[in-house]
Ligand binder design. Structure first.
Ligand code: FAD
Length: 348
């Protein structure tokens, strides 16, 4: 850093700098790891200076999709900007601008309180709003892209503001331009969503409908759907506060229809879901079939209720988790000729 106006001082309480910071409390995997300098910034002008003057920083939100390995000899910039604002209204929808550091689940609960629909199926996904477009978060049949309007970002190096509309983001399954051409080059500062005042709830995916029926709810609203999603997620996924994890460790592989047909001849029970002209195969099924579900090696394991989630039983290092993941990748590739790709971002 050359310009030190972002240096924390009594006059500059909007920046906190921690040297040799432990990343354990800032990431949900809970593996032991440090970084040289951790900057926590909750003010846009300070963030702009940081994007101009900090050398090649790594960007951190809620740390729920990161596996840090060892000691990271880089600056880490934690985006803590806060604020939610309704910026445009019609009879049909509201445009809502959300600062990047807002916790995503709080935004979902806020929207429900405001009677705005569209993100209730994305309840309880950990992390911040600024990270949500990076992998186009999705769950229970809905992806962020379905309600996304635009985002603002600061370019690393120049500190210039760049605006992105939906078509600029190249959203795909757990994917966007920010994981590809613009990987590590933008700090997202706000996300604007187009939330609906008409409530067309989506209950067909997973166990939502079944849960609502069990609760005897015949005409569900967005709050009911959110509660059902929270209930299902809590029963299936480990709480990172109890058991370190980053949700699905691998992406569900998408393979050609002909490759899927070939596999189906060998394994008639293999599940597959249409993904455009291709077929998405649940990675959890592949992992379970090769025998890794619920297995533990030292301090790392595959979660007993959901094979796709790798867990830290307490003292694991990032390297232990990565070695475990490599074993799974090898077993799945050997049996099915499919190479699993991590959904989690590996920091080393
Ligand atoms: C129990 C559990 C369940 C999960 N379930 C789901 C699920 O159902 N669906 C789903 O899609 N994901 C899920 N995830 C993954 C995770 O919640 C999402 O990927 C989330 O968007 C990550 O947000 P974060 O703020 O924690 O990002 P981080 O983990 O801090 O960062 C993730 C990536 O985004 C980058 N980044 C973060 N903030 C910014 C910013 N402001 N500007 C630019 N880059 C940034 C980081 O550099 C990193 O590459 C789950 C995770 C856990 C632990």
């Amino acid at each position: 850093m050359t310009n030190h106006s972002i240096t924390p001082s009594p006059n500059n309480p909007r920046v906190e700098l921690i040297n040799q910071a432990s990343l354990q409390p800032f990431t949900t995997f809970g593996v032991s790891s440090t970084c040289d300098h951790l900057y926590r910034i909750d003010e846009i002008e300070e963030l702009r200076l940081a994007t101009q003057y900090l050398e090649d920083p790594l960007i951190l939100g809620g740390g729920s999709n990161i596996l840090p390995m060892g000691n990271i000899t880089r600056n880490v910039l934690r985006v803590e900007l806060k604020g939610i604002e309704r910026v445009e209204e019609t009879d049909e929808y509201a445009l809502v601008k959300i600062a990047a550091g807002e916790v995503w689940h709080n935004v979902v609960l806020w929207a429900i309180d405001q009677d705005l629909a569209g993100i209730e199926n994305l309840s309880l996904i950990p992390g911040t709003t600024g990270a949500a477009p990076i992998q186009n978060i999705g769950a229970y049949g809905i992806e962020l892209s379905s309600v996304f309007h635009s985002l603002e970002a600061l370019e690393l190096g120049s500190g210039q503001q760049k605006d992105f509309l939906t078509e600029d983001c190249r959203f795909g399954y757990r994917d966007s331009i920010f994981k590809n051409d613009l990987r590590g080059r933008m700090v997202i500062t706000s996300v604007t969503l187009k939330l609906s005042k008409q409530h067309n709830v989506h209950t067909s995916y997973g166990a939502i409908q079944q849960t609502l029926e069990e609760w005897n709810i015949k005409d569900p609203g967005i709050r009911d759907v959110s509660k059902a999603v929270i209930h299902i997620r809590q029963s299936k996924l480990p709480d990172p506060a109890q058991l370190g994890n980053a949700g699905s460790f691998f992406k569900n592989p998408v393979i050609s229809a002909s490759a899927f047909e070939d596999l189906k001849k060998q394994y008639p029970e293999i599940p597959g879901y249409p993904a455009g002209n291709e077929v998405k195969v649940p990675a959890g099924w592949l992992i379970e079939t090769v025998g890794w579900k619920g297995k533990r090696v030292g301090n790392v394991g595959s979660y007993a209720k959901q094979a796709l989630v790798l867990v830290n039983f307490g003292e694991a290092k990032g390297e232990d988790v990565w070695a475990f993941a490599q074993e799974i990748i090898g077993s799945v590739e050997q049996k099915f000729a499919i190479r699993l790709v991590p959904e989690v971002n590996i920091w080393s």
